[in-house]
Write a protein that binds this ligand. Structure first.
Ligand SMILES: *Cc1c(COP(=O)(O)O)cnc(C)c1O
Length: 467
């Protein structure tokens, strides 16, 4: 086997990648024809590829590198922990300091009585935990018929069989026998695309009331929980109308079902607070965490659980867990990451300085002729591309055709901005500076210009029917 390094020719790295590496959520043959971009190093908000291009990472990796790349403290924490205790399990009546210390710190940071943490290796695993935990909770409470979990179309909760079933991605459900039984989906609060002639406020209420209708239809004594992201991420950064969450909270309270906030993206400063639930003013019983918990430097996820649920679960033996639940190295890195976020005032700076500036700049994109709306909360935002602003029209072409063009233009302009169908989304590292924000907006604008020219040339600027 040859020794590969960033000095190996890119074409060779791409050839090997295509021959042996199956990428997630990717049409691998299509990618093989093109060649994957090889990322070799990163610092701050900037990625370097094997051709020496420097790209501004508008996605913080995959919504996770909150403190930015290149933090030696995190590498040192991992190094120290690996030498001291690289692994030990927490199954057999044993514990270790990184796990208990991180659980304690998360209990301090989390609002209300969310005081207990069940660790997992990822967000998907944590949501699998939640699925079993809420059902077990109701069984232990003597209500075993309460098993249904309500979630939302176009929500994202992960890619395992359980979490993928909770999610509402139809393309995922089509493959491999999902969703599993006992999960019911309601519609998402995406006003721009689905709001029809309602005002955003009316639409927010209408979509929230679908939860109440579903509970009534399924039977109030059959519903265990409602799960949702405070702000949908992978679904296209869908920021709900202001009326949405208060109404959801009212309904959850009225029927006494459990509320699971999937905070995998929203937590750890992304929305300008430690948790998205604080930004949206909701009181979940369980929060799913991952991604920004370690700024992506180590794979780790978990569930932060309220006193009431933890008490019931702790009173039985919950037959569930992962070899890497509370992995000491991942926990040590996460603890150090939380220290950096706190002591460097990163969360506060997002809320008070950089997010307001980013909002001001990001919203100027609505002046672009191809942009229907530009919405942002904290450091997560999206723009809707449209061939006809006034009509709030989607494209007549297959959803995602123009979005994909735009992503390609961004990539060529050394900006990583992802597309979800025909929405362009950003979620930069929280340490992004004003100057970098200016660069991001300039490159986005230029990419939009180029996309529009290309869409025109390809005859794609035709309006389709609004949902
Ligand atoms: C990414 C994500 C997950 C899944 O996390 P993995 O670590 O990829 O398993 C779950 N929920 C939300 C909201 C996410 O964004």
């Amino acid at each position: 086997m040859s020794v590969l390094s960033p000095n190996t020719p890119t074409a060779e790295l791409q050839r090997i990648d295509a021959a042996h590496h199956m990428h997630p959520f990717t049409h691998n043959q299509g990618l093989a024809d093109k060649g994957a971009r090889v990322i070799t190093r990163a610092n701050g908000c900037w990625l370097t590829d094997s051709n020496g291009n420097r790209m501004l990472d508008g996605m913080a990796g995959l919504w996770c590198v909150n403190v930015g790349y290149g933090r030696t403290e995190l590498a040192d924490a991992a190094h120290r922990q690996m030498l001291e205790l690289p692994f030990y399990n927490t199954f057999f009546q044993t514990t270790h300091i990184p796990a208990l210390a991180l659980a304690q710190r998360l209990a301090e940071l989390a609002p209300g009585d969310l005081n207990h943490v069940f660790f997992a290796g990822s967000g998907s695993e944590a949501n699998d935990t939640n699925l079993r935990m809420v059902r077990t909770y109701w069984s232990e409470k003597g209500q075993p018929e309460r098993q249904i979990i309500i979630s939302r179309w176009n929500g994202y909760h992960g890619s395992t069989v359980g979490s993928g079933s909770l999610g509402g991605m139809k393309g995922m459900h089509e493959q491999g026998g999902m969703p599993i039984p006992g999960i019911h989906h309601i519609n998402q609060p995406n006003w721009w695309l689905e709001g029809g002639d309602m005002t955003p406020e009316e639409f927010g209420l209408a979509r929230a009331r679908e939860l109440e209708e579903a509970i009534e239809e399924l039977g109030p004594d059959k519903v265990a929980a409602f799960i949702a992201e405070p702000i949908q991420g992978a679904g296209g950064v869908i920021i709900p109308p202001e009326t949405y969450w208060p109404e959801i909270q009212r309904i959850v309270d009225k029927y006494g079902i459990l509320l699971i906030a999937d905070e995998v993206i929203c937590a750890f400063g992304r929305t300008g607070n430690w948790f998205g639930s604080q930004t949206m003013g909701i009181r979940p019983h369980i929060m799913t965490i991952a991604k920004g918990l370690s700024s992506g430097y180590q794979p780790i996820g978990g569930s932060i659980v309220c006193d009431e649920v933890a008490e019931v679960i702790d009173a039985t033996e919950f037959n569930h867990g992962y070899t890497y639940s509370g992995h000491p190295v991942a926990c040590a890195v996460a603890l150090e990451n939380l220290r950096i976020l706190d002591e460097e005032g990163i969360v506060t700076r997002v809320r008070e300085e950089t997010a307001p500036y980013l909002k001001e700049r990001f919203e100027t994109l609505t002046d672009h002729p191809m942009v229907g709306e530009a919405k942002i909360v904290g450091m997560m935002g999206s723009i809707a591309l449209t061939p006809d602003k006034a009509a709030r029209a989607p494209f007549a072409s297959d959803a995602g055709t123009v979005g994909y063009l735009c992503r390609e233009r961004c990539f060529n302009n050394n900006l990583v901005m992802r597309h979800v169908y025909d929405r362009m989304i950003i979620s930069p590292p929280l340490i992004i500076s004003r100057e970098e924000i200016d660069t991001l907006i300039e490159r986005a604008w230029q990419s939009l210009d180029e996309t529009m020219a290309e869409a025109k040339a390809q005859g794609l600027m035709k309006a389709g029917k609004r949902g």
